[in-house]
Design a protein. Structure first.
Length: 539
């Protein structure tokens, strides 16, 4: 069972109308969504969409035209967020890592796309978060400048430069006695702060949220909402999303997904460059590759206005023959709303930030240009092992300790690092090993006469792309067997020994004399044998 989205208007005072004179005045609106109490989830109306919009923005499902998700850093110690009570009007709020827990404010993915209707330009924005609990209060900032304020400039290296006319689109989900309300409003940057809000009614915007509250979306008619003026050339260069702690606009900012260079406009050119079907438009989202991996670059160039444009330049910092890779070359007239595609392949040969660009002119020779880049990060996993024995020289029964020093000598972390010995079997393992990090494992053996004296230790690790690297090293020991002197019994020599007798006067035992006599007999026999041998030779 589901309940339809209901919409109702909100009135504003004349004072509010005067305060909003910098923006077109629109009637307030909230989008009412029925709450399935038993399931604690929202069931939005399927199929609702703004008339003329290429997007379906009110069904709680990601639109097919949304494209690839723009991910946040992984939830946990590496995720970055705003801290210190940051507010929206601050140009450079403080940013820290590891300060956002996996709660309602922790964003995971972000989607942005633009589309052309018959007469209007539409903007699609969507988000995903880590937790189902709590309300949703988000801000989408549209900046005319794509320049990021760096740490060297005293900022945070995240926020873009704000200029007069930038927009902030707020998406607020609130609950009251089982009813959830989605409100969409727009504010404009006046040079020092965000101005008063203008609520968008159902002819200007549609919004929805999924059952489970993990995904939400909205579509805005940029012309009907007054963000773009009719007959004017309006463009934004970047967009990013932020979460707030509550629906109150001055409330504290929480998580964000870093700005991406995304051209949003109703005139001029747009260029979208992908590598291996991914945007990878920031260094943090660089495509990880190994040396000589196959890379396919694709570039889509679109005339986002109604006026035909003639292409005057096509270039790519990575590929000198870029114009030949395009479906149309320099001199081609690109009709309003039309696109051309460029595709080329290259093997990975290092870290790369490459940018494709296009320039075109209209009939009055007014120039338009666009560019977009991708990042590639080539990783080189490697591992070494050094094996030693202590002691190296042993006797049977001695204990030998073998040590295996394993080092990550590559530039990327290794996981599931294991060490084995071809004679002793499994030695040990560690869950991960950072670049430059080492670990030592040991294995003991009790030496025996039959123990092998040569064995080989092998280490194996797996990188983030599931590539395994391995290294081996042998070690030798010496097993020394002690020599025991053998006593030959007299019987073996054919000598008869009698029981000893004691001489009456000296007390010297007869056994001693017998042994002495036996020795003389052996000596005599030996001499006799030698004499006979020489005689035979003489004869």
């Amino acid at each position: 069972m589901s309940f339809p989205i209901l919409r109702r208007s909100r009135s504003r005072s004349s004072a509010n109308r005067r305060r909003n004179s910098g923006l077109p005045l629109f009637g307030a609106v909230t989008l009412i969504i029925g709450l399935l109490v038993s399931l604690a989830a929202i069931a939005p109306t399927a199929g609702a969409a703004l008339i003329g919009s290429p997007f379906n923005g009110a069904d709680g499902l990601k639109d097919a035209l949304a494209g690839v998700a723009l991910p946040d850093r992984p939830t946990g110690t590496t995720d970055n967020s705003y801290t210190g009570g940051a507010k929206e009007d601050e140009q450079c709020p403080r940013v820290e890592t590891g300060s956002i827990p996996p709660n309602k404010a922790d964003l995971t993915n972000f989607y942005v796309a633009t589309g052309q209707g018959l007469t209007d330009t539409f903007l699609y924005l969507a988000w995903e978060r880590a937790s189902t609990n709590g309300t949703v209060t988000l801000d989408f900032e549209l900046n005319q400048s794509g320049e990021i304020l760096s740490v060297a400039d005293g900022c945070n290296g995240v926020n873009p430069t704000r200029t007069l006319g930038d927009r902030l689109i707020t998406y607020d989900l609130q609950g009251n006695q089982g009813i959830l309300t989605v409100g969409i409003e727009v504010r404009m940057w006046d040079g020092s702060k965000w101005g008063d809000p203008v609520a968008l009614n159902s002819t200007m915007a549609e919004g929805s949220i999924s059952p489970g509250l993990l995904f939400g979306e909205m579509v805005i008619n940029l012309h009907a909402a007054g963000i773009f003026g009719r007959g004017e050339c309006d463009n934004f260069a970047s967009v990013f999303v932020k979460s707030r702690s509550s629906s109150a606009f001055p409330s504290e900012l929480k998580d964000f997904i870093a700005p991406v260079p995304k051209r949003i406009g109703d005139c001029g050119l747009s260029l979208d460059k992908l590598v291996n079907d991914g945007d990878h438009a920031t260094l943090e989202d660089a495509l990880l590759v190994h040396s000589l991996d196959a890379l396919t670059y694709s570039v889509v160039i679109t005339n986002i206005g109604d006026i035909p444009l003639t292409i005057t330049d096509l270039s790519d910092t990575l590929y000198s023959d870029f114009p030949a890779s395009c479906s149309q070359d320099v001199g081609f007239v690109l009709a309003g709303g039309a696109s051309i595609t460029c595709t080329y392949e290259m093997p990975a040969d290092g870290d790369r930030h490459n940018v494709a660009s296009v320039t075109a002119v209209d009939s009055a020779q007014k120039s338009f240009s666009a560019e977009d880049g991708t990042f590639v990060d080539m990783i080189t996993p490697a591992i070494t092992i050094v094996k030693t024995a202590d002691p190296k020289i042993v006797a049977p029964g001695d204990v030998v300790t073998f040590s295996y020093l394993v080092t990550n000598t590559g530039d990327t972390a290794l996981h599931n690092v294991t060490v084995t010995d071809d004679i002793l079997g499994v030695v040990g393992s560690v869950a991960s090993l950072a670049p430059g990090e080492s670990v030592t494992m040991t294995k003991t053996m009790v030496a025996a006469v039959t123990s092998p004296t040569h064995n080989v230790g092998t280490s194996v690790g797996t990188d983030v792309l599931d590539k395994q690297v391995t290294a081996s090293e042998p070690e030798d020991i010496s097993i020394v067997v002690p020599i025991v002197a053998a006593v030959v019994p007299a019987e073996v020599l054919g000598i008869q020994l009698t029981q000893p007798a004691v001489l009456p006067r000296t007390g010297f035992p007869v056994s001693g004399l017998s042994l002495f006599a036996a020795a003389l007999i052996i000596l005599g026999s030996t001499l006799r044998w030698n004499v006979n041998r020489r005689s035979k030779r003489t004869a």
